[in-house]
Design a protein around this ligand. Structure first.
Ligand code: 13P
Length: 250
């Protein structure tokens, strides 16, 4: 079966609407479509529409939200819901990114409500999981990842589960310049796949994130357990990102 690769750019709190338009122009000038690859962009909410407009006739380029609130509308000042993100052009959303969990105090139960809200609005959820350094060093990586999977996805039926992409992002690797080795990532990816397979998902899609760069992308993608990557810092420059997503492409 042909390997399908997904490259996801998490811009975090960077690139407003004006910069997003320029970014997309540069990216599109440098990236030609490659079969079996898709590229997803997660801009800040205020740039969703600008980014989505710039890729609207390209089905291999998707735009998504970095976070959503689970209620569709109402008196929730500052929140963005899944239906509103979809209206702005989002086709996907991150859920449970480690910065949401650790800086904004998001819980496993919050992630459960967000995954459900995303699916209800037709957004493809990308559930982020991963352990801290202390959890890794005390041998709890798998327990933490399983708890996060169960917290967000426990009890969900197989058809819905199959629509969820998982991003394994060890917290100690995010923005630190210290990536997980391809072998370390693969070991966790296998466990994630096993967790999903036990619940009826035959072909889970699992991305790796954490200090992915032009220096390590080839080695990471050489590991067949990786279905792609979720990238922060190295996605902010459109020329670098265009080069990164074409790694190994013919
Ligand atoms: P960096 O690529 O900057 O380490 O960030 C990873 C990340 O958090 C992507 O969601």
């Amino acid at each position: 079966m042909t390997r399908e690769l997904r490259f996801a750019a998490n811009w975090k709190l960077h690139l407003g609407p004006v910069e997003a338009r320029t970014y997309m122009q540069t990216f599109r000038a440098r990236y030609r479509r490659h079969e079996h690859r898709d590229v997803w962009f997660f801009p800040p909410a205020v740039s969703l529409e600008a980014a989505a407009q710039a890729v609207r006739e390209r089905d291999d380029l998707w735009v998504g939200a970095q976070d959503i609130y689970w209620e569709p509308k109402g008196a929730f000042t500052g929140a963005v819901s899944a239906p509103l993100a979809a209206e702005a052009g989002a086709k996907a959303t991150l859920v449970g990114h480690s910065e949401r969990r650790h800086i904004f105090g998001e819980t496993d139960d919050d992630t459960r409500k967000k995954v459900a809200a995303a699916l209800a609005a037709g957004l493809a959820p990308v559930l982020c999981v991963g352990e801290t350094l202390a959890e890794r060093e005390s041998g709890h990586t798998q327990a933490v990842v399983n708890r996060q999977l169960a917290g967000a996805l426990g009890g969900m039926d197989g058809a819905k589960l199959a629509q969820v992409t998982i991003a394994y992002e060890p917290v100690w690797a995010i923005g630190t310049g210290r990536n997980a080795t391809p072998q370390d990532a693969a070991a966790i990816h296998r466990e994630i796949r096993a967790w999903l397979a036990a619940r009826g998902v035959a072909r889970a899609r699992v991305l790796y994130g954490g200090s992915v760069s032009l220096k390590n992308i080839a080695a990471l993608l050489a590991e067949p357990e990786l279905d792609g990557v979720l990238v922060g810092g190295a996605s902010l420059d459109p020329a670098t990102w265009a080069e990164l997503v074409q790694t190994g492409a013919t």
